[in-house]
Design a binder for this molecule. Sequence first.
Ligand code: GUN
Ligand code: FE
Length: 511
Amino acid sequence: MPSKTTDISIKAIAPISYTLYYGTFIHTPTLTNLEISFNTIVGVNSQGVIDYIYKEYHPIDHNSQSPIEFFCKQQGTYTDEDVNFIDISRDYTKFFFPGFIDTHIHASQFPNVGIGLDTPLLDWLNKYTFPLESQFCGDGDKKMEFAKLVYTRVIQRTLLNGTTCASYFTTIDPETSNYFAELLLKLGQRGFVGKVCMDCNEPYPKYEESLEDCIKSMNKIIDHLDDINPEFDTLVKPIITPRFAPVCTREMLTYLGNLSKRKSLPIQTHISENKSEIELVAKMFPDCGSYAEVYNRYNLLNEATILAHCIHFSPEECQLIADKNCSVSHCPTSNTFISSGEAPIRKYLYDYHINVSLGTDISGGFDSSILHIIKHAILVSHHLSMKPVEETAIDCKLSMTEGLYMSTMGGARAVGLEDQIGSFTKGKKFDCQLIDLSTTTTTTTATDVFAWQVPQASESADVKYAKMVDLLGKWVFSGDDRNCVAVWCNGRQVVDKTTTTGVDAKSNGVE
Ligand code: GUN
Ligand code: FE
């Protein structure tokens, strides 16, 4: 891809014109607030930024003006010729929801989805993961062909599931990691690209790098991503990724901590996932006192750090993570699939005020849908609540609002984009999915909604809200990718399944 490309077949830079979206908008601006706004007009400008919000617009209250007429007259800057209009207001089984944010996913492990059930972490890495990641390494075209197949598919699949932003692990290889970043731009997903850093992999020495090679690779990636981002925006960013403490020398950890500070780059890693892993870290770093303290010692814990798993923390580690303002990436599907354990998420949220987000952890996790991860997070929390706990312990059961928050705003905070994505707020980017719960046949959507369960325009605000919460329950617990009928990232439409779902949409300028 040439530097600062102008090729508009690259979705991230496709030109867009002003678009008004009209209908039900649902989001969770805080951990406990599920906001449902009916008959709402949201305007998105040519930069993909939300610059207009008008709630409860009813033409009857405005001389029967359509939302476009009302908007154009009120704003004075556009004529209705200039403005695209997407209207779902007549159907309460359709709503707009912020795009999901997956804060922990291994793009390179996508072919292993569903493979390796109940193999504990350290064996699982040696048997399934390192051999697969090794295939992205070496010289020549073979690895690029392999990367093209795997990386295209994982981005397509996550987009189809409504993920508009993800923090990815790739492999130790720089060329295929750079190619992955190009694919993110091509397909239009916002993403963080984490070249995996590991220089002492004794159990599987074929898959490691020297510190010297790691430094060269990191420089290559940082430079390349600088080059390929569109001039008007930064959509793909590097993220510093020590795989986990057991495969990193102290020199490597020192370099990565310094690099993060020098270049102001975020950090992601694994921590406290599995008991044998924790014992191994204690043996390798006896002077550190705890797993979290290893990362702290090497300046890898700060407000831009995403820590995946965080299952077996001591109270001191919880406090350290809270003090350092790190975010947790909760990966309940993976934690269950490879039997790692149950993370006490409400304790982190409410006792320690730690920000928690959600991760698929493909392929420790088998499910690329963050919608399903919300469901698994809630189910795991119910299992935790059925165990005997100390009397003072907080109620472990996650609510649906908490799950939806972690999948959007919690993720936005984790990746440092809470001012730009995660909710529908003026000034934020339009990263959005259109959800359709209507059931015309039993095959086109996953959910079965009955007519009496759907809000009616004539009903009171309270009744409509309560009915919509029930519909959300149907979405979270019985929905799937069939319900996600359109996806926008940075204002650009990147998924469109609406031709078969009857959504009333004028062209939005994207082919
Ligand atoms: N710990 C170190 N590497 C990995 C990985 O690839 N997946 C998971 N789940 N845990 C890890
Ligand atoms: Fe992982």
